[in-house]
Design a protein around this ligand. Structure first.
Ligand code: NAP
Length: 289
């Protein structure tokens, strides 16, 4: 928000349930204020059964220009939209929606957000097999990102065989021509020695949970060139990343993904460059980092 709410103020927001934990209002309102725009970004707590009514209702409110979606709406929103971009279609998840006339257009900025800190690295991705821990919503975006990087094979680990099988079926029908294998959670240690990048896409290690998805002993199996990426950003760093850094491995947390998916979404809505450094600083300050 850049100042007073006026009769002309345009609305952006984030739909989720719960949504009170979302940091998106912090970074988007900081960017809107810096740009001096007549916009405001607000949280929309929407229970899953109310999603169709909310999508239709917001369309009727002309000042609503777009919104983000977080858990549990990223997949369920798809049939409620008028158009979905190829990247969002390919992973079956939408996190950003924009008004174009009387149409809702959905896209996904999580893939590009995840990739941003990796783009800065000098890596031969063709020789970097990937391990993804978890097979929920974020893991879908990570699979698409590893494919874009050119990882030769992508191994996904899940604790529920029914869910890993479903994940494999959905992803292989949506993203063709790539090498995706799913494995039981208990077999993680078998592949550590040959992995190039390992990504935690589970909540293990979040907030005051000091657990790790891979034990300290198992982490010694990773090669010296391995990259360890945790999608979690609180605590910063997680125990998983602390162990990786102590071993001298490249360790990346989820904060840059959060900032970059937000900045790309804001650019999509506003169709102008956005002040990403201001978004970063607003988040760091909010998180006391
Ligand atoms: P999700 O859809 O709920 O998926 C979570 C996955 O983790 C599921 O496969 C779940 O398995 C698995 N899991 C949970 N607890 C586990 C445990 N103790 N052992 C093994 N597997 C476990 O959540 P999500 O949206 O994918 O998010 C995953 C993580 O990424 C969260 O920590 C989230 O905060 C983070 N994230 C960060 C960003 C960012 O911008 N940095 C963006 C998106 C997500 P079951 O299905 O069997 O429970």
């Amino acid at each position: 928000m850049s100042g007073s709410i006026l009769g002309t103020t345009k609305i952006l927001g984030v739909m989720g349930f719960p949504v009170s934990h979302s940091l998106s209002p912090v970074m988007h309102n900081a960017a809107i204020a810096a740009l001096g725009l007549d916009y405001v970004y607000v949280p929309f707590p929407i229970p899953i059964e109310n999603l169709p009514a909310a999508i239709a209702g917001l369309k009727a409110i002309q000042s609503v220009q777009g919104f983000n979606l977080t858990i549990p709406h990223k997949v369920e929103v798809i049939p409620l939209l008028d158009e979905v971009t190829p990247i969002a279609q390919s992973i079956g998840a939408v996190n950003t929606v924009k008004r174009l006339g009387d149409q809702w257009v959905g896209t996904n900025t999580d893939v590009a957000g995840f990739l941003e800190p990796l783009k800065k690295l000098d890596c031969d991705w063709k020789n970097m097999p990937a391990m993804i821990l978890g097979c929920g919503g974020a893991a879908k975006a990570v699979v698409a990102a590893c494919l874009e990087l050119g990882c030769p094979i992508i191994h996904v680990f899940g604790r529920d065989p029914k869910k890993t099988k479903k994940f494999h079926g959905t992803m292989t029908s949506q993203l063709r021509d790539y090498n995706l294998r799913v494995h039981p959670w208990t077999s993680i240690h078998h592949l550590l020695e040959v992995t190039g990048i390992i990504i935690n896409a589970t909540p293990i290690g979040m907030s005051s949970d000091f657990n790790t998805p891979v034990t300290e002993d198992e982490m010694t199996l990773l090669p010296d060139h391995a990259i360890v990426y945790d999608l979690i950003y609180t605590p910063r760093p997680t125990r998983f990343l602390q162990i990786a850094a102590a071993r001298g491995l490249k360790a990346i947390d989820g904060l840059e993904m959060l900032i970059n998916q937000g900045a790309i979404a804001l650019e999509f809505w506003l169709e102008q460059p956005v002040p990403i450094e201001i978004m970063r600083q607003a988040l760091l300050q909010h998180l006391h980092l």
